[in-house]
Design a protein. Structure first.
Length: 86
């Protein structure tokens, strides 16, 4: 099965016009815009419980797939200073 993944959402130079045509049988939104696309042609959106708490009423067109930790991937540089004192 082909899966088309949107990494831009409602940001500059997005391709939501392509997603609206549903060129793939499964379409997923992830990372670039942490909210609904508003398109019924996008099937799923990867998120987490911080970005989309399960106990709050929300409006979205996609089925949410809540990842167990964070839906964002980030590793700070090894020489980065600590964020807060230990």
């Amino acid at each position: 099965t082909d899966i088309l993944v949107d990494l831009a959402g409602h940001t500059a130079l997005n391709r939501l016009d392509v997603f609206a045509l549903a060129p793939a049988p499964v379409q997923v939104a992830w990372m670039g815009y942490p909210n609904t696309s508003g398109l019924t042609t996008i099937d799923y959106r990867f998120t987490d419980a911080r970005a989309d708490p399960p106990d709050t009423p929300q409006l979205f067109t996609e089925t949410l797939v809540r990842l167990p930790n964070s839906f964002l991937c980030y590793t700070p540089p090894q020489d980065a200073p600590p964020v807060a004192p230990p």
